[in-house]
Design a binder for this molecule. Sequence first.
Ligand SMILES: [Ca+2]
Ligand SMILES: [Ca+2]
Length: 368
Amino acid sequence: MVRFTSSHQVLTIVGLAAIVWLILGIVVLFAGSHGPSASTYQACVDQNGNMRVLGEGLKGNYATQCKSNETLYEFAPSHRVGALETQVAELELLFNAEPTATPTWTPTATPTPTPTPTPDLLAAYQPVLAVLGANGVVLPLADFGNGGWNSATFTTIGSQSLVFTWSKAPANFDTPPALQGAIPVVAVNGVNEFSTSPDNDFWSRGDGVTDQPFSLGILINVSQKKFMAIFAKNGVGGSEWQFYTQSNGLYPGLIVRDHSAGAWVGRGYNGVIPGVNEWSFWVVTYNGSRSASGVKVYYNGAQIDNMNLVNGTYTAMENGTAPVTAPSQAFGGQIAGGACGPVFTHKELSASEVTELYNYCRGLMALP
Ligand SMILES: [Ca+2]
Ligand SMILES: [Ca+2]
């Protein structure tokens, strides 16, 4: 018979029980991907409660064994019951990622080239990379196979392997990462939580004389209406492009900037950023025409821009040295990661391609 000699001890037991239930829930959640034929599910848990599932779906650097600071847990498939059933089904959508699993999505192309590094959940990224084309990348925020929640860096997936560095590991943010449907989402406080990557020619689409097309996309849940860059290459070294809102969340849009002339052109939405405190999918495109009319802004799959954002006499973007940030330091709210993380590509996405991306991630994130 167990006896408790102090209230502290009782609290400790209760706390351990809660942690075990939490771990059990998470393990069952992820283990569903292994399919009903698995006899047991295995996971490694460290002293801080961080967990890695062993197996093909979510393997880390130590896919077949636990590290010295981890304990092996095993659970029977019969634990997959109750309210977890729906979430497990959503995760299976991700892990299996058959095109037929999301009826609203229709593939249009084979992804080329093969993404490097090959992500653990490559199948989930393929539909996105197929739309982005040969010169596109996904920023796989908080992907378990690419740094996860406990790493301060992640690497783009697609035509480039570019390293981003978080201000600190997302697990240590004011609000830790979570799952929305099958997709990891990172919460940032709008003050000192952000990620940045050094200057690279991949991000520059102007040479001071002429511009080339590009598009970017990002899935966000805005919690703070203020002046904020959201996804940008700007600042010291020469501003080139920025998806941003002005004061109080006004005029969300994209501008491309001629830094030497202090000039810009772009398009925005004439009002406060919609989609506050709810998930919203933004894509901005630029056809390289060096005029405001070359920019389009899409909100949840529909073109929304209805105002020009113009200043000075614009010639073209300059290839400067400023870093890329996504999410930028001033952005406050949540941002989707994994296969639905921010995207950047060297082409002007069409309206139907924007809709494809929107529908695909809406399914993975179980959004209405
Ligand atoms: Ca110039
Ligand atoms: Ca540069």
